[in-house]
Ligand binder design. Structure first.
Ligand code: F6R
Length: 608
């Protein structure tokens, strides 16, 4: 979603804001802008449609003066990505940047226009500047004016304000979208997340939902949703955010794919004592013997991690699992039985739909757990049980290492569930855990296949459409593979359960269609090979992702074989994911798309 930055301090604000925006560009990148207030109170603003580099070029010829300012990198919701719709929006003396959606903006806009306000953009955000300017014009002090403004907004927002004529003043507010305040010796900052603030600040204050803040160079006053002054703890800048650099890699995504052996190992060692090959005491603080059903909700890639885990929970623990995409979960009229555990999976911990699902389950009185990568995120703070993935910051918009770390975590949970429910003998549990301990090495082996996958990518990249097939956990992996290919290379890709092919999608098969089949040599292998034959008989171009035993059996039914190491079926979905990530990555490079920032997307989707 959009990225927000604010700066108040002794240094020039605009270059700092630009630097921080670069670290937030993964949140949205269709336009950007900065407004700064000079020492004499003059406010000036520069905006540009397109990537941040366009704004940077404009700032070269039109530098902004002043130690106070706000900036924004946008993921468009209301109005096309044009200069006029780029933030900050101004209604003198107020400038505002916004992440989120104001749902009642039409009514607000009509009311403002009827009162004579002239709105110059199509955004929901501009209305906020006008309302606050109006409240201030009525003579309200800043705190009351902000309260009156926020009380009129319906929807989600993280906001930062600066004020013409007030070179020593910034304000911020959050409801439903994350916002943090960074503290340094000579300045304060506002930012959508700690990643933006880390290089410049020593400490971070995370605003709670409903909070608003007024900042001067010497003061930080925070108020809760009722307007009462509150203290929010300042915590040291988290170490891991400083890891968010590309290193020698061409793209964050490449770096993140290659980091997987290391971060999976780090995540597993949080849950497994590698020395004894047992689960660490207390690492999974859930007694699955007391749970009748697990309900899982998540979005996108995190949902597919949930889909893989459903097979694991059912097989290892005979635990019924209900699984939903969070945007559906939240609107279902659910019963929320008391003996059910609600589990939410999220890299960012801020995804609006997943967070809303979590809150719905909380309102339903359920126990909440979250598998989450950002320990300071809203979901981590609101869940009863936090099960961390230790993937480190994921900057590439397409999720890679967060997904495999989610799988590693969920696999540990499934083993714990099997132990608790008595469906796994100690020996079985030991076997599953030792398979997990081997995972980093197996993933490292899979990454070495990159060269041969580059060749396969040449076959896929020119296609206008691709099919991904698999059964069992490989079906879930196929779904993730199809998502990666479409979001990175813009090739239409669909995944089907291999057995479903004959019920319709087989009509798509012709000599042009690449069909990527995930077929490890497991108990469903023979069935998947039959489906492969059906494609082959109709001239489809099969790319089989298999292992050494599978490759032997598939033979020349496939035009291309991607041969993974032979691995236990339990961990096969994690290993099989790697070539699909690499395939999407290289197809995107061949097609010349923007790997780290694919069109129309943004990381951390904080709107519905
Ligand atoms: C796809 C991707 C998205 C996210 C989804 C959920 O590559 O990254 O589908 O997985 O937006 O995001 P989180 O995990 O932050 O809740």
């Amino acid at each position: 979603m959009c990225g927000i930055v604010g700066v108040i301090g002794a240094r020039q604000a605009a270059p700092l804001i630009l630097d921080a925006l670069k670290r937030l560009e993964y949140r949205g990148y269709d336009s950007a802008g900065i407004a700064a207030v000079a020492g004499d109170g003059t406010m000036d603003r520069v905006r540009a449609a397109g990537k941040l580099r366009n704004l940077e070029q404009r700032l070269d010829s039109h530098p902004l003066d002043g130690g106070t300012g706000i900036g924004h990198t946008r993921w468009a919701t209301h109005g096309a990505p044009t200069d006029a719709n780029a933030h900050p929006h101004v209604a003198s003396p107020v400038a505002v940047v916004h992440n989120g959606i104001i749902e009642n903006y039409r009514a607000l806009r009509q009311k403002l226009q009827a009162e004579g306000a002239v709105l110059t953009s199509e955004t929901d955000t501009e209305t906020i500047a006008h309302i606050l300017a109006h409240e201030l014009a009525q003579g309200a002090d800043l705190k009351s004016a902000i309260e009156a403004t926020l009380s009129q907004l319906e929807g989600a927002y993280a906001l930062a304000f600066s004020f013409a004529g007030q070179p020593q003043l910034l304000a911020a507010a959050r409801f439903g979208s994350p916002l943090a305040i960074g503290l340094a010796s000579d300045m304060k900052m506002i930012g959508s997340d700690a990643i933006a603030l880390a290089p410049f600040c020593d400490e971070i204050v995370y605003l709670e939902d409903g909070d608003f803040a007024i900042l001067t160079q010497s003061r930080l006053d925070i108020y809760d949703r009722d307007g009462h002054p509150v203290e929010r703890e300042a915590v040291p800048v988290p170490m891991q955010v400083s890891l968010a650099e590309k290193g020698n890699y061409r793209h964050f995504m490449a770096k993140e794919i290659h980091e997987q052996p290391e971060v999976i190992a780090r995540t597993l060692s949080h849950y497994i004592d590698v020395g004894s090959g047992t689960l660490r005491d207390g690492a999974v603080p859930i007694d699955f013997s007391q749970i009748r059903r697990l309900s899982i909700a998540a979005c996108g890639t995190a949902y597919y991690a949930g889909l893989v885990s459903r097979y694991w929970f059912e097989r290892l623990a005979r635990l019924p699992v209900d699984l939903d995409v969070a945007s559906e979960y939240r609107y279902r009229a659910q019963a929320f039985p008391a003996d059910e555990l609600a589990l939410f999976i999220s890299q960012s911990g801020e995804t609006a739909d997943t967070l809303a699902g979590l809150r719905a389950a909380k309102a339903g009185g359920q126990q909440l757990a979250t598998v989450v990568n950002v320990p300071t995120s809203t979901m981590a703070r609101e869940a009863d049980i936090v099960l961390p993935t230790l993937a480190g910051p994921e900057i590439g918009v397409a999720s890679t290492k967060a997904f495999t770390c989610q799988l590693a975590t969920l696999a540990c949970l499934a083993v714990k569930a099997g132990i608790d429910r008595g469906t796994l003998s100690p020996l079985d549990a030991e076997g599953f855990l030792s398979a997990l301990v081997e995972l980093p090495r197996l993933v490292a082996e899979a990454v070495t296949l990159e060269h041969s996958i580059e060749r396969v990518a040449k076959l896929v990249a020119p296609a206008s459409s691709a099919l991904f097939l698999g059964r069992g956990t490989s079906f879930a992996v196929a779904m993730e593979g199809a998502l990666k290919l479409k979001e990175l290379s813009y090739i239409h890709a669909e995944a089907y359960a291999a057995g479903e092919l004959k019920h319709g999608p087989i009509a798509l098969v012709d000599e042009e269609l690449p069909v990527i089949v995930i077929a490890p040599f497991d108990d469903l292998f023979a069935k998947t090979v039959s489906n492969m034959q059906e494609v082959h008989a109709r001239g489809g171009r099969i790319i089989a992702v298999t292992d050494a035993r599978g490759a032997h059996a598939i033979g020349d039914t496939a035009e291309e074989l991607i041969v993974l190491p032979d691995v236990p079926a339990f961990v096969a979905p994690v290993v099989a994911t790697i070539p699909l990530q690499l395939l999407a990555y290289h197809a995107a490079i061949i097609n010349g798309t923007d790997v780290d920032q694919p069109r129309n997307l943004a990381k951390s989707v904080t709107v519905e």
